[in-house]
Design a binder for this molecule. Sequence first.
Ligand SMILES: Nc1nc2c(ncn2[C@@H]2O[C@H](COP(=O)(O)OP(=O)(O)OP(=O)(O)O)[C@@H](O)[C@H]2O)c(=O)[nH]1
Ligand SMILES: [Mg+2]
Length: 612
Amino acid sequence: MDIRNIAIIAHVDHGKTTLTDALMRQTGMSGAGVSMDSNALELERGITIYSKNTSVYYPPKGGEKETTKINIVDTPGHADFGSEVERVLRSIDSVLLVVDAQEGPMPQTKFVLKKSLELGLKPIVVINKIDKPAARPAEVEEMVYELFLDLGASDEQLDFTTIYAIAREGIAKAKLEDDSKDLSPLLDSILKQVPVASTKGAEAMPLRMQPFNLGYDNFLGRLAVGRIYEGTIKNAQNVIVRREGKENRIGKIAKLFTFEGLQRKEVNEASAGDIVMIAGLPDIYIGETICETPEQEILPAINIDPPTISLNFMVNDSPFAGKEGKFVTNRQIKERLEKELEVNVGLKIDFTRADYYKVFGRGEMHIAILLENMRREGYELQISQPHVIIKEKDGIKMEPFEEVTINVPNDMSGAIIETLSKRRGNLTEIKPEHGNTRIIFEIPTRGILGYRNEFVVQTRGEGIMYTRVIGFRPHTGEIKKHETGSMVSMATGKALGFSLFNLQERGALYIGANTEVYEGMVIGNVSKGEDLRVNPTKGKQLTNMRASGSDEAIRLTTPVDLSLERGMSIMKDDEYLEVTPKSVRLRKKYLTENEKIKAEKEKKLRESNKQV
Ligand SMILES: Nc1nc2c(ncn2[C@@H]2O[C@H](COP(=O)(O)OP(=O)(O)OP(=O)(O)O)[C@@H](O)[C@H]2O)c(=O)[nH]1
Ligand SMILES: [Mg+2]
């Protein structure tokens, strides 16, 4: 049977998953209401986090015409998961580049298209959401063409096919004015445009396969998803795993699956061109070559982007520790993190310290997803402030940089440019865009860590901001940020509305009335820089304010919701974020002034001892 391998790529929210779901439905691979976004967090956030495989048959199996199997990889559009897309692109033969007919090409469109063109792929462009009232498909098509040109597309790549779609209704058209009721115009062009995945020659050769994704199963252990380039892989087959600069390893395939809709189907063998999932190789890794004989050439490695930020995970030792979590010990946290390493390719963890584990990731979102998954499973822990990773190359200090693309109402652009310039950003582009201003900066990750919240406030929620890591560059020196101070509780007990009413004038609160607090817990910020110790449990009778008739009418501003991501971005170096299944709390590392003074003394003592 003919096989075609494609990935669906786009900027976040342009409709990749909706399109994949519709393709599965229309080819009879899944029922109504079934989605590739199946993970709980994906459903909740409405975004794709993990790239996933499926396959459909077209024309349907058992019909008059011979069927073709189309392996499809649905990829995430969020930039923090961009390296996931890159790995996938190495293993497929063409992409559907989905572009929103109103928004047009966006930063991640550019990134994924650039990677695809560099790999020599010839994309099929899908202009999606043409049903939107403000859709402008012809204009967007022109913009996509310009983007191809800018990115140095070859003549062949420039000659791309465009399909117009309403993925949500499962409709695709070859021409805008066509009448269409389904996705067959898209499926037809996939068969026509995407190269056949294999040849008779390749099928006759000895096995060579390369994993581009990892998975984990409680019974089968580590799983690897990969493409078979040559030969046939069989269940129970002995294989050799090869990797540049490493000794060959031997292993045995314990189970073999192909993808069918959302299911995996156990098979006894699969041949060149197909994408399969294998079990039985507990230490298999992305990019390794699985082959039959020790002499076979190693396939070109698959690059995995290095982490850019790090933070410490540790046992929660706050006064409220252990009240809400099921798994709270050092050992339980360690085991969970070890399990995560099985599948989370961008993640690295240093387990050498006894009192904390240092976790390295690709961005705040990457880490937040891990933490969110852990708390849902019942874990409780504490984390330190995320820091960017500083490296040394040829004696030069290097730090990660990001490209920040911002779209704001025109009158706000001045303030944004000023803020980002102060944070050592370099303005690379500024131009009008649908009545707004589009600004592109290259800036050290350090400069925008935690900036997202400020941006929302600064633009009154009207701005859009995308960031993407662009690599390590020489360190730019100190960055001064205007920071608020923390409002810290000096008492343990129940926060009272009356005190909070008075405190809310000093800054934004993170808690509402009747929240249990402890000494050292951060309950809000203070607009004037310095930290402030306050007593939120103080009742009315303890103040020297006179009771008045208006007391019942105390109005509290809605507190700032301390989500995981917000907590991570506003926390300070001398604070920890407590993460439990029920709460996210911010606290000082040293809960009382005394503890802090003691710790500072001890530190000085240690340092002077060292000098002696
Ligand atoms: N109007 C309209 N909305 C659509 C269409 N296709 C998808 N959407 C909506 O766009 C939103 C995002 O769709 P998804 O399919 O999740 O987008 P995605 O590209 O997979 O997003 P990520 O995986 O998070 O990058 C959803 O609310 C869809 O219902 C369409 O053709 N027309
Ligand atoms: Mg998606």
